[in-house]
Every structure is written in C-alpha cells, then in structure tokens.
Design a protein around this ligand. Structure first.
Ligand code: NAD
Ligand code: MG
Length: 386
C-alpha cells in the first residue's frame, strides 16, 4: 500500500490521479491533498479519500476551509496553509509518493522538497525541470528519492529506455498532436479567440497547458524537459506531429531500430504508471482496442510554423536561466491572452521581449529561480503588444 500526497489535487491531472487512486484501493491511499484556493473541490475530495491533511496555499481560502472543516461530522484532517504548508505536505512523513501536479513555476518548491525528503516523485509539473533542471537533477542525485515523469511523452520515453544503454540511443522523438490549429497557416491565427485556442482536439487539460499546446510552446517546454531529464543533447531530440496522439513518443537506437510506447489518449495511464512504478498494476481504464484506432500519421514540424516552439528551442539551447525566463514570460502572456488583453500572436512577442532583455545567471538555488522568475514577469508585463 502506497501513501500518496497530491500537490495540485483540484486540477486536471490532480483529479485524474484521484480517480486512479480510488480505483485501486488495495494499492494506494491518500495521505494528503494540496490545492491553491478551490476549497469546495478540496473539501469534496477530502470527504471521498479521508486524508491525514489538506492544504490550501491561499491563506484567505484556507481560513474559510477551517470553518468548513469544523462543521463536518467526519474525522477532521489536519489543515496546512500557505507556501510552508505545501513544503510540509511534500515532505509528509507518512507518505511514500508525491504527485506534483501544480501548474507553473510555482511547482518547483514542491519538487525540491519531495526529493529532499527522499520521496518517490511522480512529476507532472514539467516547469520544475524546464526552469531549474540542473538544480532538480542535483537534488535528485543527492537524495534517496526518485523521479518518474508523468508527462505522457516523457513517460513513454522512460518506458522505451528501460534496459537500454545511453551510448546506444541515437535520438529521442517526441510526438506532438499539433494542437487545435494544426493545418492552418500561422498568418491566419492572429485573431483566434481564447475559446478556440482552449479547444484541444485530443486532450482535456488545464488552461495554461491548453494554450501552450495551441502555440506549441508546450512542445518546446517538453524538448527542454527531455533534455534535462534524460541528459540527451538538443541535436538528438526531434519532434514529429502525430495528430492521433496514440504513439506517445519514440526512441531511435544506433542500429536504426525505433521503440515506441502506445496507448489511449488518457493521462490516467501515465499517472498510474508513475504511481505504481517500479511495478505495473491495473488496469484502471477500459481495454484499449488497437483495431479501432485507424490510421496513424506522422508529419514534420517546419521551423517558422510555431514561433513559440522556435523560441523555446532557442532558450533551451542557450541554457542557464533562459528557460526559466521562457516559462515565466509565457505564464504572464497566457494569462493576458486568456483575459482578452492581448492577441494570440502577442504571446510569442512577449516571450521574445523577455528573453532578449534577460541577463543570464546559473540557477543554483530557489532564490536564484525566484529572482529570475520575478524579473522575467516584470519584463513580460512591459512588453509592447500589437
Ligand atoms: P490545472 O490548472 O488544471 O491545475 C493546477 C493545479 O495546481 C490546481 O490544483 C491548482 O490549485 C494548483 N496550483 C496552482 N497554483 C498553485 C500554487 N501557487 N501553489 C500550489 N498549488 C497551485 O493544471 P493541469 O492541466 O492539471 O497541469 C498541472 C501540471 O501538469 C502542469 O505542469 C502541466 O504542464 C502538467 N501536465 C498536464 C497535463 C494535462 O493533461 N492536464 C499533461 C501533461 C502535463
Ligand atoms: Mg505532454
């Protein structure tokens, strides 16, 4: 029986993880749940899973939750609050596994705290690896913890690499659905609305990653994530557009052989894999009938089609603090796009502005990250838009 803490339990990945956990009561139980401010959902989740603790990072929402908990008849979980609450949650003694499903750079603190406490970390928060990959890897190496990627492409690559030698890997091939605008010309996208950009053809996800999938910035973050996680150079990581999202990624070996991982388009599969690792258990999903899938197609992604992807690759190759700036500027730009303040194409312009103003440093601590993150946000807010 594994005791699990979920950071970001009220989000898209968090809710799907709870579904997985509740389908396998003999294997998993919930030690604690952390969210930012959604107390109604957190309360519902706590009633269903009876955790040791719940945590709301937002202090005023937490105050309200204290009253709610006081009025419930069932055994009351401990209430943690604030950023310290999240850190205590990630290091909770009576837990084996931490699933980090927080969105954005805010997830870095939980990643580091879970690894330092020697936990098995199921990592959905790709921003931790993008913004501070070297720091996360060093913390992992110095700890007794482990890190298993939940992001479907990296989870696929991880599975394909088992039993293989680093020296025999030629290339990593990340698949990309292409997002809602694949097949359209970049010049036709200037006036797309947030609703159109949020309507992903294959995956139901949180708002930020949905917009990042429409700009393909997400795929750029994932190339950086793969580089940091697997230690493979950028010139040996490629992206192929595969609109059906059935092949979740591939590894090419020096003999020319390709290994791929396939499965339904459902994040509960990589979540289950990461939570159960190093075992395989289940299933938690209906059987996947490959005869119903139809054609699987693969196309190349041409430079220039997705400016945000190109910027991400440049930032990744430049290294040091550039990927943290990329992430922070994108968070600001996506929020501005969702609130109707800027146009779709301005997302890339804002990121470009923040990257070009940046003076890089090495990110060796959370303080370094915080400083770079704040600077990039300020710079992104000052960018001129069309
Ligand atoms: P989401 O917006 O649906 O949920 C985010 C969660 O994080 C919520 O529970 C929210 O309360 C919490 N949160 C937000 N800010 C916080 C803060 N400052 N402190 C603590 N908690 C905070 O996002 P999502 O789509 O579930 O994505 C979560 C992570 O998983 C992201 O890093 C994303 O890139 C990654 N991911 C998501 C998917 C997907 O299918 N949704 C797939 C692959 C990777
Ligand atoms: Mg992914």
């Amino acid at each position: 029986m594994q005791r699990i803490v979920i950071l970001g339990s009220t989000g898209s990945i968090g809710r799907q993880a709870l579904d997985v956990v509740m389908k396998r009561p003999a294997d998993f139980s919930i030690a604690g749940l952390v969210a930012f401010s959604n107390r109604e959902e957190l309360l519902r989740q706590a009633e269903a899973t009876r955790p040791d603790f719940v945590c709301l990072v937002d202090e005023s929402a937490a105050k309200q939750l204290r009253d709610d908990l006081g009025s419930t008849a069932s055994a009351t979980p401990t209430l943690l609050t604030g950023e310290e609450g999240l850190l205590a949650a990630a290091a909770w003694e009576d837990a084996d596994t931490v699933l980090n499903a927080v969105v954005g750079g805010a997830g870095l603190a939980g990643t580091l705290a879970a690894l330092k406490a020697g936990k098995k970390l199921a990592l959905a928060n790709k921003e931790s690896l993008v913004a501070a990959g070297k720091l996360v890897k060093r913390t992992l190496e110095e700890s007794s913890g482990s890190l298993i990627p939940v992001d479907s492409e990296h989870n696929a690559l991880w599975q394909c690499l088992i039993g293989e030698k680093d020296s025999e890997v030629a290339r990593l091939l990340l698949t990309a659905s292409g997002g809602p605008f694949w097949g359209r010309r970049p010049s036709d996208l200037a006036d797309v609305t947030p609703a159109e950009a949020l309507a992903h053809p294959r995956w139901e996800m949180g708002q930020r990653i949905s917009i990042d999938s429409a700009t393909l910035l997400n795929k750029g973050l994932e190339v950086i994530e793969a580089h940091e996680l697997f230690g493979v150079d950028y010139d040996r990581i490629d992206v192929v557009v595969h609109p059906q999202s059935i092949v979740h990624s591939l590894v090419e070996f020096v003999d020319g052989s390709l290994k791929a991982q396939l499965g339904p388009t459902d994040m509960r599969l990589p979540i289950l894999y990461a939570l159960a690792w190093p075992r395989r258990i289940g299933p938690v999903l209906p059987a996947f009938d490959i005869t119903t899938v139809g054609d699987l197609t693969f196309e190349s992604l041409e430079p220039g089609w997705a400016p945000c992807f190109d910027l991400a690759l440049e930032a990744g190759k430049a290294g040091r603090s550039y990927p943290a700036v990329l992430n922070a500027a994108d968070e600001v730009a996506v929020a501005a796009f969702l609130s109707g303040m800027i146009r779709f194409q301005d997302i890339g312009n804002i990121i470009n502005h923040a990257l070009s103003e940046h003076e890089p440093i090495d990110i060796d601590s959370v303080d370094d990250f915080t400083q770079v993150d704040a600077g990039a946000r300020a710079s992104a807010r000052q960018a001129k838009v069309s």
